[in-house]
Design a protein around this ligand. Structure first.
Ligand SMILES: *Cc1c(COP(=O)(O)O)cnc(C)c1O
Length: 433
């Protein structure tokens, strides 16, 4: 156990209570408020390597990694030092900087589909822009997305799927005009037949298909064998574009992302998280003939005051350099597999029904019988039990994402000893559930 008992979070509670009068729900992004697991969130003070310290001085082993960017470990000295040097030259230019070329080349070299890239400031922005580009390039309006996949919070993506049959989208949030989501068609993940049916119904009006090639936002869900290949064939057949949203999987499930790992090349790709190394960055890129549509090369407008700023580019470059070192992904694969098999075994030994898996440094566990192939399956998970598991782990110094429907992320900084300690703590918690 990392922390002393009792678990004291007085300062976190004070700060979070005050925050609730200052910001909606006390946070800048919803999941952070711990609503789905109950209890108060802890307020962070400092992060380093695989660890977090909160404002009360409690210490945790972290499996969120600021939702993905911290794949080399928090505050990696190479990243911090490079940032300090870049900082001396200013924070933002609003003009071209040489670091953009460096990161662009690295991204183009790494990601099979990307021949040209545009940097933006978040994954949301990347997805929103790629959607405009899909429509601009094809001259078609409809898109297909999958139930449970998250592509940021732009209006057109905030669509809940109708149950059973894939239907026209209904807005998922007040404030999203129904006209905006009318063109968003949805299908269950891993259901090629549903996608085919949508194409048959709308043969000339679908601009493209966007998906998480490995789902991390409905819990962790792998694509079935042939699913990505099938989407590639269908989109080609109907003159539509295939877009992989690799904001989470890019530079995580392999250096070249899910597309390199599975050998399926989309037309366009969105990136974020890892490529910003902890600073706000997103990117979209793809075939040169499509990217030529983007302003000022072409007519599709998209811009950003802080886009490509030297600090964000520097953090991204350093992060990718660290990942390029031989053995990085083998290590991530090894520790993540060790963690997941340890957790699953411990849960089963304690009599819990669980399923889960991992791919490189991305994993997930459901309190569900499994297999989980789509969002409907994921919804069968016992979220109540997860909430108690989460709390037990937190109190014992293990920080997991505060939702059953998020993936987990180990980093290069996680040691095998920390993995084993995590499994040992989980054993203790599983026994209490
Ligand atoms: C996180 C995420 C986004 C949104 O990125 P933000 O930087 O939070 O706007 C989009 N798509 C996927 C797959 C993500 O995981």
């Amino acid at each position: 156990m990392v922390n002393a008992t009792p678990f004291i979070t007085t300062k976190s509670e004070e700060i979070f209570t005050a925050a609730q009068h200052l910001m909606p729900g006390g946070v800048s992004s919803p999941v952070r408020a711990f609503k789905s697991v109950g209890g108060q969130p802890i307020v962070f003070d400092r992060v380093e390597g695989a660890q977090i310290w909160d404002v009360d001085g409690n210490q945790y082993i972290d499996y969120v990694g600021t939702w993905g960017p911290a794949i080399c470990g928090h505050a990696h000295p190479d990243v911090i030092n490079a940032l300090k040097q870049a900082l001396d030259k200013g924070t933002s230019f609003g003009a071209p900087c040489a670091q953009e070329n460096v990161l662009a080349e690295m991204v183009i070299d790494a990601v099979p589909s990307i021949e040209m890239v545009r940097f933006v400031n978040s994954g949301t922005e990347a997805c929103m822009s790629v959607l405009r580009l899909m429509r601009a390039f094809t001259g078609r309006e409809k898109i297909i997305k999958f139930e449970g996949c998250y592509h940021g919070h732009a209006d057109m993506f905030l669509v809940k799927a109708g149950s059973g049959v894939a239907t026209l989208g209904l807005p998922d949030s007040p404030g999203v005009p129904s006209n905006t989501t009318k063109a968003t068609l949805t299908a269950p993940y891993n259901d090629l037949e549903a996608v085919k049916a949508l194409f048959v119904e709308n043969p000339d009006s679908i601009a493209g298909v966007i998906l998480e090639p490995v789902v991390g936002n409905a819990g962790f869900i792998l694509p079935d064998a042939g699913f990505l290949e099938g989407l590639r064939e269908l989109t080609k057949e109907y003159g539509a574009l295939l877009v992989f949203d690799e904001v989470m999987t890019g530079f995580r499930v392999s250096y070249g992302g899910a597309q390199a790992r599975f050998g399926v090349t989309p037309d366009l790709t969105t990136l974020g998280k890892v490529i910003g190394g902890g600073l706000p960055v997103g990117a979209y890129g793809g075939r040169e003939d499509i990217m030529a549509m983007v302003a000022p090369a072409g007519p599709m407008y998209q811009a950003g005051t802080l886009s490509g700023n030297p600090l964000a580019m520097t953090a991204g470059i350093k992060t990718l350099e660290i990942l390029q070192k031989p053995g990085s992904y083998e290590y991530l694969d090894k520790i993540t597999k060790r963690l997941v098999s340890g957790l699953l075994t411990a849960a089963e030994e304690a009599g819990h029904e669980v399923c889960g898996g991992s791919i490189s440094a991305m994993f997930g566990i459901f309190f569900a019988p499994g297999p989980v192939r789509n969002y409907e399956d994921a919804k069968l998970a016992d979220t109540n039990k997860f909430a108690r598991f989460h709390r037990g782990m937190l109190e014992r110094g293990i920080y997991l994402a505060p939702s059953q429907y998020e993936a987990g992320f180990p980093s290069l900084a996680h040691t095998e000893a920390q993995i084993d300690q995590t499994i040992a703590v989980a054993k203790e918690v599983f026994a209490t559930l």
